[in-house]
Write a protein that binds this ligand. Sequence first.
Ligand SMILES: [Fe+2]
Length: 332
Amino acid sequence: MNKNIPNELTYYLKLSDAVVIVDEDQFIIDVNQQYEAITGYKREFLVGLSLECLKSSVTPFVMYKSLKRALRERQPWSGTMVNVNKSLELRYSFLTITPIEIKGIVYYIGVMRFAEQLLIEEMNQNKIDQKELFKLLALSSEMRDVNIAEHLLNVQKLLEEFLLSLFEDKTYKLSLEYVSKIIEYSVLHDIGKSGIPESILYKTGPLSVYEKKIINMHPLMGVDVLNKLANEMNNKVFDDTKIAENIIKYHHENWDGTGYPIGLKGEEIPFEARVLSIVDVYDALISNRAYKKAWTKEEALSYLKEQKGIKFDPNLVEVFIEKVIHKNSIFL
Ligand SMILES: [Fe+2]
């Protein structure tokens, strides 16, 4: 044990998560075994290093800025980091840093949780099934949003109804297998939000241009998480990674080409993403969010109509209005 560490802090090193203790000047003064295992570096190597050294080029710059500011102001901070370990593997981690003052000296306790890693281990030991894994992954991306579980379930439920009516409509020539994969993978669409700083994700005021740019990175970050997961699990939970990838990558593309991250137009946008985008937007509109109050179903419906052929595939949005909203609603 490092002799500079007050007794009160040694407790933290016994936690089952990866723990790093940093002094006031942001130099590492101790780490536990889990931290060594996760980073691939030995304690002897890490102690004395500045936290700066562990900075990776893959975590958005704005994350470090907000982390540094919090440390300077001795405020607790939490967010998601993207790290590269010694074997050059990407690691997404939830990091919480708490300042603790002992005898007039401030220390920072960093606790890291690698949600996906924990989940993958559970999955490989058959402790959880694929459905549960997807749900947990999706939830862990937006942990602080209490409404998110409900939103994901609603989206899945509406999507199921929507796709089944499209399946029955023979013009779309959909196979049941394809339809069920879209439903299954839909919960993962925002998985890339795990890489967005919480301070931006849950900001109540208007976003700056730069913050918007960071948020707009979530589809691409999501693809990265997906690929990593698929590799780690030897593709055993994804029968069709392409469908999952299309949903994650293109669910913010617009029919008229004004969406992100690529700006695809019309039928260039994969069908699964076009379908999900309608349901996702509709459910987001009728739900309460940190930055807005829920719209009424009537208001959401007029938005869908207004965005026909602009944001949404005109034919698909028509089917959604007719077969899902009208059928479900007693107000309309
Ligand atoms: Fe999204």
